[in-house]
Design a protein around this ligand. Structure first.
Ligand code: ZN
Length: 283
């Protein structure tokens, strides 16, 4: 029987069980694995695969519910499946939709991050969260949580930045960030090679083709953000490296924390200012 004392924690670096008062992790050599700083709120979410995916999905669902709540009228059921439970553009603008209107007219550069967590309808969010729940665990497995979340965040931002430069006026959705995960996995499969790498490349490639085809068939899809996300994700995968080549180190952890902290602050601000604005007008 393996008895663990109450002071056991998961090493923030290698996620194996260690005693909290250990000076160094006996498995990976991480210094003071039990320190408060190393086991903060963000670390606990970034370092555990299931939890990270779940937290991203919860954030998306919460923002979606809030965007519906901010509607001036009850969201109706529409015959068009893309419009079922659709927030109004005004609600989405308040919560941080991005594009040339929010950035040029309102100076809201931070919407490059918040827009990743907003969706235009039930089908939109369901599709993106389904893709996320399939792809993210693979990215986390091969790159680690800190790098995976950095790829998700920075890839999403890059996709939206490219679509902004291309003149897209108003846009939302996680698909640019999801496409960044696709890009990172395509790079990984190609770079690693072997049976596994090739199989993964083919499988993820099919996802990419599917999403790009979907984007050209359905009007209103931001193909700039999709394409930009794939390219940015591949570049991030290359620069950050993957586990088989390079372990997640200090810089990766700092970057992951930076992305998570910034996202948390921006979403909190967007939600608070959105609710405040709604109460002002509604009351
Ligand atoms: Zn360790």
């Amino acid at each position: 029987m393996n008895r663990t004392s109450r002071t056991s924690i998961l090493c923030p670096n290698c996620r194996r069980l260690v005693s909290a008062d250990e000076a160094r992790c006996p498995h990976c050599g991480e210094r003071r694995p039990g320190s408060r700083l190393k086991n903060n709120f963000l670390t606990r979410h970034l370092a555990e695969s299931d939890r990270l995916v779940r937290t991203i999905i919860i954030a998306n669902v919460a923002m979606f519910c809030l965007s519906l709540f901010l509607n001036s009228r009850m969201p109706g059921l529409s015959m068009n499946p893309f419009h079922v439970l659709s927030p109004e553009n005004r609600s989405l603008l308040l919560l941080g939709a991005t594009g040339t209107i929010p950035i040029d007219r309102f100076g809201r550069l931070w919407t490059l991050i918040s827009a990743v967590y907003l969706h235009g309808g039930l089908l939109h969010i369901a599709f993106n969260m389904l893709a996320l729940s399939q792809l993210a665990p693979v990215v986390i497995r091969e790159f680690g949580g800190y790098r995976a979340f950095s790829i998700y965040t920075l890839g999403g931002v890059a996709g939206y930045w490219i679509s902004y430069r291309a003149g897209v006026t108003f846009t939302i959705g996680a698909s640019g960030a999801v496409c960044a995960m696709i890009g990172a996995l395509l790079y990984y499969g190609l770079s690693r090679g072997g049976l596994y790498g090739q199989a993964l490349f083919k499988q993820i490639g099919a996802w990419a083709v599917g999403i790009l085809l979907f984007g050209f068939m359905v009007p209103g899809i931001n193909n700039w953000a999709h394409g930009g996300g794939v390219l940015a994700g591949a570049a991030l995968g290359f620069f950050l490296g993957y586990r088989e080549r390079r372990k997640e180190g200090r810089l990766h952890r700092i970057l992951g924390h930076g992305c998570a902290g910034l996202t948390l602050v921006i979403l909190s601000y967007a939600a608070a200012s959105g609710i405040y604005d709604r109460l002002q007008i509604g009351g």
